[in-house]
Design a binder for this molecule. Structure first.
Ligand SMILES: [Zn+2]
Length: 283
């Protein structure tokens, strides 16, 4: 280790475990440093952020790197190509995330175009998507970093179809399953399943005392409990509105605990995923 990570912009989250919050999307990048290898959790929205991340990592450690993508969204995966061009060979993600990254949807490009214009335009160096090379399914995967290990595991769908969790000591990286400082984003979500997945995160709160959200400040299980409470309430309100045929369900939007855009996505995704869910709606 050349410098104390905390002198280089990294916040210490736990043993050998650090968080760097980037400017544009307030995204949290994780770094877990072993004796032989280190894990970088999420790679930023394109080559610019990826370069910033890699520079920050290299101020801390020069061991070989492994990348983990918490989910498929561009602000978490579009730096992969830059890392691949700089020697990283192992990219881990949930199977559904690998598929979604490979699909390279335009919507993800549009989302990052303001801060990473080359990525938005699919032009220039390191702007191709780099699909994760190693996947996690139902079984957890332990990565031995030398003197420390991380566990990659999946608790079910939520913010996306493939939200991967990363445990390092008492720190849990939750990706966008947990959001701090902003509302949860429902665009690609499975709201009924998200409820269950948050419940499972709360159920393991004895293992993990610090939870690193995809964006915003580090939180604890109580914060996740309140996020789950909001989601439960919102789903109940929407379900009632959707099922009372005489009521225009969009009337639920102003009373939901989220902004209007995300409230509309929530309603849309509840309708789209209802039949696919094994959840029985309250009437
Ligand atoms: Zn996301």
């Amino acid at each position: 280790m050349t410098q104390e990570p905390t002198d280089t912009g990294w916040e210490r989250a736990g043993e050998r475990t650090y968080v760097l919050t980037l400017e544009a999307f307030k995204i949290n990048i994780g770094l877990v440093v072993g004796d032989d290898r280190a894990v970088v959790i999420d790679t930023g929205a394109g080559p610019r952020e990826a370069a910033q991340i890699l520079n920050a990592v290299r101020e801390v450690t020069d061991v070989p790197l492994i990348v983990v993508n918490t989910h498929s969204h561009g602000d978490h995966t579009f730096g992969n190509a830059y890392f691949a061009a700089h020697g990283v060979e192992e990219f881990w993600a949930h199977t559904a995330t690998a598929e979604a990254v490979a699909a390279d949807p335009d919507a993800q490009r549009r989302m990052v175009a303001r801060t990473e214009p080359e990525m938005g335009a699919r032009e220039g160096e390191h702007t191709a998507v780099h699909t994760p090379t190693h996947t996690v399914g139902a079984e957890p995967v332990d990565l031995d970093l030398g003197g420390h290990s991380v566990t990659l595991f999946y608790l079910g769908r939520g913010h996306t179809a493939g939200d991967l969790l990363v445990g390092s000591g008492s720190v849990l990286f939750a990706g966008d399953l947990v959001e701090e400082g902003a509302h949860p984003e429902f665009e690609d979500s499975f709201p009924y399943d998200w409820r269950k997945t948050l419940g499972k995160i709360i159920a393991i709160d004895e293992l993990y005392t610090s939870i690193v959200p995809g964006h915003g400040r580090i939180v604890d299980a109580d914060y996740v409990r309140s996020q789950l409470g909001n989601l439960r309430r919102a789903i109940r309100m929407c379900s009632t509105a959707i099922h009372e045929a005489s009521v225009d369900y969009t009337k639920a939007v102003p009373v939901l605990p989220y902004g209007p855009v995300q409230s509309r996505y929530l309603i849309t995704r509840l309708k789209e995923t209802e039949t696919a869910s094994d959840t029985v709606l309250p009437h």
